[in-house]
Design a binder for this molecule. Sequence first.
Ligand code: NAP
Ligand code: G4F
Length: 373
Amino acid sequence: MKKSAAKSSPAKAKPAAAKNLPGKGRKALITGITGQDGSYLAEFLIAKGYDVHGIIRRSSSFNTGRIDHIYLDPHVKGGRLKLHYGDLCDANNLAKLVRETQPDEVYNLGAQSHVRVSFDMPVYTAETVAMGALKLLEAVRVFQAESGKQVRYYQASSSEQYGKVLEVPQTEKTPFYPRSPYACAKLMAHWATVNYRESYGMHASCGILFNHESPRRGETFVTRKITRAVGRIKVGLQDKVFLGNLDSKRDWGFAGDYVKMMWMMLQQEKPDDYVVATGRTITVREFAQMAFDYAGLSWKKHVAFDPRYLRPAEVDLLLGDPAKAKRKLGWKPETSVEQLAAMMVEHDLELARREKTLRDAGHSMPDFAGHDQ
Ligand code: NAP
Ligand code: G4F
């Protein structure tokens, strides 16, 4: 097995002092900071010297596992990450947090982001994804009008918006054809962002991001579901992984590369919308084969079909053309899908080894109960 280059969660370290860093004195407010992208973006901005404010949901169990390594106890001096309770469904709370934190940049990453789950919870998905974005835009607009301070706004748009694709590859000009409640809601948030830019002159931009993954990816998205299974199968904790449609094609990149582009978009003089993608697409089957091969396992032996993972309407093919991002901002992806799969398998093998050690020592471990997607 080859060695992977990237780590998912660096050991907890005191952040470097902000002085002399380019982002010193700048403040960012992030919704969805506890998610995959939020955690990479927070790390990225703190390394640039920003003060980062993150909105977290109150939960009966801890939901900050992805950002614990960059959080310092408020009693320790030097922390540049502050967390605030809030929810995209609560307009008053969003307005209050924007007013109190007075951000230079707002990144709206919060969402019920699982496409399959959006068919089970269409109204809640629309409340968080569509109405949540509108509530946040409105909070920023009012704050700007009252304070006179310009705030730059980033909206996490999605390649899911292309749905039943009308053009291959997809660019910023390709028409949208959403195929799920999630995509319909993202479309509303996307157009609301464009509308606030055009109506009120707001510095509001949409990043149309194609699928991006990492060792911090949620465990019910297909790449992570596969790499978690590879790790557990390799150490003998399970034998099979059940998947749905193996034929759909996705343009998979690394989340760490993509958050840089979110920031770059907000550093431009003029707001605009950009496709963020690798320009290469492979099937779910090919990704599975890549991940199992890396661990020296046969995917055919361990992957089984279960129709419960099929969706009422599927997005068959996503392939992004990131030419505009490259031409205008000089951005390009740094990580191939092979490197991505290797990084995720390495991480999940280590996780499985630890799980096995605990099980062998007699500790009872949960079996992903209720997280079946
Ligand atoms: P993720 O891991 O699922 O994270 C979603 C975040 O949103 C979590 O922090 C979650 O909080 C938070 N959240 C959920 N409901 C909320 C609510 N009602 N109020 C406030 N926060 C809420 O998603 P991700 O992969 O990092 O994606 C980030 C954003 O980019 C999302 O908007 C997603 O739809 C979009 N996007 C993702 C991709 C991709 O391939 N990853 C591609 C295109 C667009 P908890 O931790 O408490 O659940
Ligand atoms: O990993 P997925 O669940 O991601 P999907 O649906 O493409 O959505 C992700 O990417 C979007 C960007 O295009 C984001 F906006 C969105 O928030 C999310 O991050 O599924 C990928 C493909 C689908 O075609 C699905 O049908 O994998 C197929 N698949 C096959 N078996 C499965 C499974 N997906 C999941 N989640 N679980 C399965 O067992």
